[in-house]
Design a protein around this ligand. Structure first.
Ligand code: 3PG
Ligand code: MG
Length: 391
């Protein structure tokens, strides 16, 4: 996908640049617990400063404050970390301003023209480095490219290269591993992936709807009754086209009286069962047999895409499946791409986040890109470039 790049903005010297980043970092009591989303675009900011930009107006959303100021979502901790990182690179922070949380203003999510006008006022150029938010048609994402010469920053460009390559010319076999709670959230992605991959491995909460579609008893596990027919259709379509959808053969289950989850007092009895789960019992992780089968598929793949945990990995009793997949994705010789969100947190938790070829900073954005092959933020940049080319 041909996006306008930073080089296309030259000369940058003396210009004021509006830079949209996705600094939507996880916070615990106001403390940043993972600063990856601030660290990565530093490269873009330093490039602009080195090119002689007069001023960078950096902006981002943080959380979902719903259109009004809320101290819980103040950008202040992000600003502090941003300046630290810029100073560590020897950058001139006097030329960098970070605006307050964009979503304090209802105009951001509403893509209000007046809010767009306030953002682009006095700016000469626009850079979008917010891949994680490129699926949102919000003011700061789709607005400025209509008014300013615009380009993708380094983070955005790298993300699109990796994901676009995956969709266009994957080396085979191409194995996708999908987890997470719901089939309904990922139906579009599953359909799109099935057109591209050779093998789809299904774990996580969503595997129970697939198991139910095969006629298995799922006990008290997560089940989306409305999606059983869709799962049955996907299974038979895959079979008809020579693809394989692989579902678990064993499950780690918790007794009906059990308590689970991050930070909970762990209670209940655990059992390793096959694909029939007794009434009330909850399937909460894939079993070791399944993990082995999945790991073998990942090991013999040439391209791997992973999104979504295999179980409730925040609870150590149900982390083994996700850890096994994380290890397999980290060690395979295949080109490996991991979608953001929970799978990224899992990789980080197991200390493997630097072991994959591409770790996406966008959860929703990477899935929507795989599903649709494009995102509103990318379309806006291309349109801006086309308009400039026409003069
Ligand atoms: C994310 O973390 O997924 C992105 O920053 C987008 O945030 P949003 O889901 O609140 O739009
Ligand atoms: Mg999100």
């Amino acid at each position: 996908m041909q996006l306008p790049l930073l080089e296309d903005l030259r000369p940058v010297e003396g210009k004021r640049v509006l830079v949209r980043c996705d600094f939507n970092v996880p916070l615990a009591s106001g403390v940043i617990t993972d600063d990856l989303r601030i660290r990565l675009p530093i490269e873009t900011l330093v490039w602009l400063l080195d090119e002689g930009a007069a001023q960078l107006t950096v902006c981002s959303h943080l959380g979902r404050p719903k259109g009004k100021p809320d101290p819980k979502y103040s950008i202040a901790p992000v600003r502090e970390r941003l300046y630290e990182l810029l100073e560590a690179e020897g950058a001139d922070t006097n030329r960098v301003e970070l605006l307050e949380n964009l979503r304090y203003d209802p105009g951001e999510e509403a893509n209000d023209p007046a809010f767009v006008a306030s953002l682009v006022e006095n700016e000469d150029l626009y850079v979008d480095d917010a891949f994680g938010a490129a699926h949102r048609a919000h003011a700061s994402i789709v607005g400025p490219p209509a008014f300013l010469p615009s380009a993708a920053g380094r983070v955005l460009a790298r993300e699109v290269d990796a994901l676009d390559g995956l969709l266009r010319s994957p080396r085979r076999p191409f194995v996708a591993v999908l987890g997470g709670a719901k089939v309904s959230d990922k139906l579009g992605v599953i359909e799109a992936l099935l057109e591209k991959v050779d093998v789809l491995l299904v774990g996580g909460g969503m595997c129970f709807t697939f198991l139910a579609a095969q006629g298995h008893e799922t006990g008290g596990s997560l089940l989306e009754n409305d999606e059983i027919d869709n799962c049955a259709r996907l299974l038979s379509e895959a079979e008809a086209t020579g693809k394989r959808i692989v579902v678990p053969t064993d499950i780690v289950a918790l007794s009906p009286d059990g308590v689970f989850g991050a930070g909970k007092d762990p209670q209940g009895e655990m059992a390793l069962v096959g694909t029939e789960i007794a009434e009330g019992w909850l399937g909460l992780d894939i079993g070791p047999g399944t993990a082995g089968i999945f790991a073998d598929e990942i090991e013999s793949a040439a391209t791997v895409f992973w999104n979504g945990p295999m179980g409730v990995f925040e609870d150590p009793r149900f982390a083994a499946g996700t850890e096994a997949i994380a290890n397999a994705v980290a060690t395979t010789k295949a080109f490996s791409v991991v979608g953001g969100g929970d799978s990224a947190s899992a990789l980080k938790m197991f200390g493997l986040d630097d072991q994959v070829d591409h770790l996406s900073t966008g959860g929703g954005a990477s899935l929507e890109f795989i599903e649709k092959g494009d995102l509103p933020g990318l379309a806006a940049l291309r349109k801006s470039a086309a308009r400039r080319a026409r003069g």
